[in-house]
Ligand binder design. Sequence first.
Ligand SMILES: Cc1cc2nc3c(=O)[nH]c(=O)nc-3n(C[C@H](O)[C@H](O)[C@H](O)COP(=O)(O)O)c2cc1C
Length: 172
Amino acid sequence: MNFKEALVGRRSVRRYADRPVGREMVSSLIEAAEAAPSAGNLRAREYYVVARPELKAALAAAAFGQEHVASAPVVIVVCADPARSGRRYGDRGQLYSIQDAASATTCLLLAAFDMGLSGCWTGAFDELMVREILSLPRRLVPTAIVPIGWPAERPAPPPGRDMAEAVHWIEG
Ligand SMILES: Cc1cc2nc3c(=O)[nH]c(=O)nc-3n(C[C@H](O)[C@H](O)[C@H](O)COP(=O)(O)O)c2cc1C
């Protein structure tokens, strides 16, 4: 698979085979995530890797009953660390830390696809519940719940959009 194929072929997958995802694979995913750009290379992001069934179920409940979160063999919760960015960048650091976490999430999902794994960026959740479930330190903001597993479905690509709405060329 070349890079373009990975970019275009990756899908959000919400059904997973009953097959474990080993620690080494998870470590590779996080390594890929950490290769993502970050503001000032501060990497204002952290990862919680959850494989305990009760906690996955609690995270699914926090995600308003999104069962794919509970059914994945492993769930990675990506968190932003606004204070880490804020020490260098002040208020702007709030935004940078969220962007650091988002760029890492994207790379993690692309790396998963490259390894034959799949996942789903799950952003709809009750932040306070996730904080409590994971006993997060106050400085961290959970930004994405990412269930990871071996795909048991092949979703069709979503519809495209009229790029003329989204791309604004300023030339000449
Ligand atoms: C910020 C963000 C939040 C998302 N939240 C959810 C979510 O809560 N539940 C879900 O099933 N998918 C969620 N998604 C996945 C999108 O639905 C999905 O990326 C989109 O439909 C395009 O499909 P694709 O990923 O297969 O290309 C989220 C994606 C992003 C980037």
